[in-house]
Unconditional design. Sequence first.
Length: 244
Amino acid sequence: MLSDISINITQNLLHGQFSTCQGLEDTTLGNFLQYSICNGEFAQILFTGHQHWVCASNIGCQKGEINIYDSSNHGNVSSYVKKQVAAILHEEGPEITINIKSVQQQQNGTDCGVFSIAFLTSLLHGGDPATRTYRNNKLREHLLTCILNGYVTPFPEDQGLRVRRCKERKLQIQLFCTCRMPWDEMDERRKDTQIISCDTCGKWFHCSCEQIPDIVFQEQSFWQCSVCSSCLKTRIKKNNGPLI
């Protein structure tokens, strides 16, 4: 499995070659959900949280959609990846769509990084990784050559090879709170990621994002989100004059 150092060196080279493409940032930013919000086309290699790399991009996608190119996919996307994708898109709508693309699958447990780079390189050079058949035994050699030359070219292919591909799938991921992030049951175990619904608008928000006091949970008391509270104050001020 490639280290983040190798991944980042390659992404830096590709960023120099394709400067108009957003993303291609240091993969360690994903640990803190600190990737830049991308409003245009982007591509980014992501760590899944389970000793695995995947390629993510919205190139060729509709707004609120993203493609995942995963060389060892089993029908789903990790919660870690969903959150990184949501952080990059910061979609205002109620959900995002993740398209798992039918790409070539690796033959061992260590080639995910080099396959992710191969997918990424094909995308940036105008190709579709889902239609590519890579020469598995030449990928690492080609990557080393690219790094030594300081320029990344498409990886060796052989369309005559018979390879295994994952099944294409479409996942709908619901978003919550002002941070526009997904939520899962694991988040309930952490105080800062617990969510509560606004008693006025019915939308859900994180405790940390809205700075919700503990008493709201302890006594199940009435609570309004910052947006509804602001609207209420505006109406009161308009109807009754300045608030004291």
